[in-house]
Design a protein around this ligand. Structure first.
Ligand code: GUN
Ligand code: FE
Length: 429
């Protein structure tokens, strides 16, 4: 294979750990065959012949990671924010997702979603589709074209769902999921399937058993929801009286990260046993502060998760969250943690900007392997940011400029984006 090597030059920013953001003014980051070779303040002798893209005074950061987003809900983001979770699902969300039985609607809606994700700072995402296989494949085909590295899940639901958005039986749901998996096999380079039971209230015990079998057979990662809302948690307790806590309703079927990488969105009200189990099984928590505020679900104790070294990344959770931006998720993580600290629990100190940046890059990136940093051996995802529109009369350090971008970045500030060593777009070319 031809050796593909290049360097980017600019103001480099990335995390090695959650405490600090490392910055290299006028530095270099080198990519060889899709893998980061490290960062340098002067280009070493061995790279003197390496092609170098010079982005001048712009900032270069690792691509952002969205661990939890519902593609079919994108059309109603910013609408219908008047209800709590269960009513919001029944009244707004399920009727919207039903529309994806119609491939023409799916084509129009998923074109917009894919386009907007492509022009955001996100390079990796874990995406819920709907239970419709043709529309899910259409979404996967579109995402494949972009070069972003994403997981997509055909959603499973066989109970407590309206008849128009409910599979006929557990066996039928599992069979549809297996057929979808077979249809995906060998079809994609950038897009991978992920097992997606919607949440415990929508999935019967029989369906969970069948999904566990499929997970073993195909060794599939999994994504779902956990302990998001108090009424939801009480409902799960009614549906699964044998469980001590919500997470056990997944764990009892072997679907809680035992064998395959697993993401649980929210974890606003996880009890100590649930937290312990997630830590033990290395479950990734997708922290979605904007969604948790919009549905008045609560504020997750993300400070505790960070301090106890659980695996945590950020999610936009469109359309319970209204913004697709993971920069916004970083800012909301900080803001919500401050409100929680002030109003509810002084034992958990606010999240710092360095920590929020870590969660939105390396924290979530770990779900994909070595992703989300510019350390050597990391898969090369990078975003180039032009912050000249954020005018300032005073001197700012590179780190201060990044901090302002976290709060104020807009998609139009993104000059170029790379994923897995491939340039997805470059407005300077
Ligand atoms: N729980 C089950 N389905 C959903 C969904 O679509 N969004 C959110 N936020 N929570 C859920
Ligand atoms: Fe969600």
């Amino acid at each position: 294979m031809e050796k593909k090597i290049f360097a980017l030059k600019g103001n480099i920013c990335f995390s090695r750990d959650k405490h600090d953001i490392e910055t290299i003014p006028n530095g270099y980051v080198v990519c060889e065959n899709g893998i980061c070779q490290g960062t340098f303040s002067k280009l070493p002798e061995r790279y003197q012949e390496t092609p170098c893209l010079d982005y001048g005074d712009q900032l270069i950061i690792p691509g952002l990671v969205d661990l939890h987003v519902h593609a079919p809900q994108y059309p109603f983001r910013g609408l219908a924010m008047d209800l709590e979770l269960i009513d919001w699902l029944n009244i707004h969300t399920f009727p919207e997702e039903q529309k994806y039985a119609d491939l023409e609607y799916a084509e129009r809606a998923y074109t917009i979603f894919t386009d907007d994700l492509m022009h955001s700072a996100t390079t990796r995402a874990c995406i819920f589709a709907t239970l419709h296989t043709p529309a899910t494949m259409l979404l996967m085909d579109k995402l494949e074209q972009t070069g972003m590295q994403v997981y997509v899940g055909k959603v499973n639901m066989d109970r407590n769902s309206p008849p128009y958005l409910c599979e006929k039986s557990a066996a039928q749901a599992a069979q549809n999921t297996e057929q979808w998996l077979l249809a995906c096999a060998g079809r994609y380079k950038n897009v991978k399937p992920i097992l997606t039971p919607r949440f415990i209230p929508s999935c019967s015990n029989e369906l969970m058993k069948q999904l566990a079998k499929l997970q073993k057979k195909y060794h599939l990662p999994m994504q779902s929801h956990l302990s998001e809302n108090l009424d939801e948690i009480a409902w799960v307790q009614e549906l699964c009286p044998e469980t001590q806590f919500y997470g056990e309703a997944y764990d009892n079927f072997g679907l809680f990260g035992q064998d395959c990488p697993t993401i649980m969105a929210h974890c606003v009200y996880s009890v100590p046993e649930e937290i312990e189990r997630m830590k033990h099984h290395k479950v990734f928590i997708a922290h979605c502060p904007q969604s948790n505020a919009a549905l008045a679900s609560g504020i997750a104790p993300v400070r505790q998760y960070i301090d106890q070294s659980l695996k945590v990344g950020l999610g936009s959770d469109i359309a319970a969250g209204f913004s697709l931006s993971i920069f916004r998720a970083m800012a909301d993580t900080v803001q919500c943690s401050k409100l929680r600290w002030r109003l509810a629990d002084q034992s958990l100190s606010p999240v710092k900007i360095e920590e929020a940046f870590y969660l939105g890059t390396k924290g979530g990136g770990e779900f994909f392997g070595k992703v989300g940093s510019f350390e050597p051996e990391y898969e090369f995802d990078a975003v180039v940011l032009n912050d000249t529109a954020l005018r300032h009369p005073q001197e700012l350090t590179i780190k201060e400029r990044l901090e302002r971008l976290i709060y104020l970045a807009e998609d139009r500030f993104i000059t170029a984006k790379f994923s897995n060593g491939v340039c997805l777009f470059d407005n300077m070319k």
